[in-house]
Design a binder for this molecule. Sequence first.
Ligand SMILES: [Zn+2]
Ligand SMILES: [Zn+2]
Length: 240
Amino acid sequence: MSGQPAKLPARDFEEIRLAEALERGRCPVCDARQESAFAALRGLAREGATDRGLRAEMDRGLGFCQPHSVGLSKMELLQTSSQLATAVLLDAVLRRRLGALKKLFGADAAAQGRGLADLADPRCPVCARVSEASRTAVDRLLALSDDPAWSAALGAGELCLSDLCVLWAAAAAGPKDLQARWSGILAAQLARLEALQKTLAEYAHNSTMDRRRLITKEQQEAGAASIRLFGGSPDRDRTR
Ligand SMILES: [Zn+2]
Ligand SMILES: [Zn+2]
């Protein structure tokens, strides 16, 4: 959407990744989350089945959420063309869950309700890594916003709506100088969203059969940008 920000100063690998995401027009927090999910799934697909510590954790109730159960099997398939490690890990989870479900089956209704509420949290280790990465990225971006180049890039960058609000909340809970710097970034983001909304409305207006030929490239791009705004902007190409 916006012009290319100037090359951002970065001191370490983490900052280089955040800078690259912004420079490529992606949400840096989504990017950090995706990177950490990939790293966690890669590790699990390679060593999870033989990792004793992990197996012990599974005996204590660790499991996988729905997307990461699928993610694990896909990652393993990609790496080894098999899904054996996934089967070993899911067997360990299922054994534990089955034990819990059988116990609940014989319990009274109130205990069933409590037990099922407990089971609703899969205690997914990939989700834990992803939220940790998200928190780290947010903290790092708040600190980096002290630099004028980063501040400008954060004002113009394609932050997704959800992470924009997370960053906003973290800045609002911070010290006065951080709040002041973020108020400038947020003003720029709100102007970006207002421009996007206007172009999106024009796109929607031109969506009827008789007006479709009037759709401009900019309006089409606004359609794609609005999906990234609400859906986040993972990097489709990152499968390494
Ligand atoms: Zn995001
Ligand atoms: Zn998960």
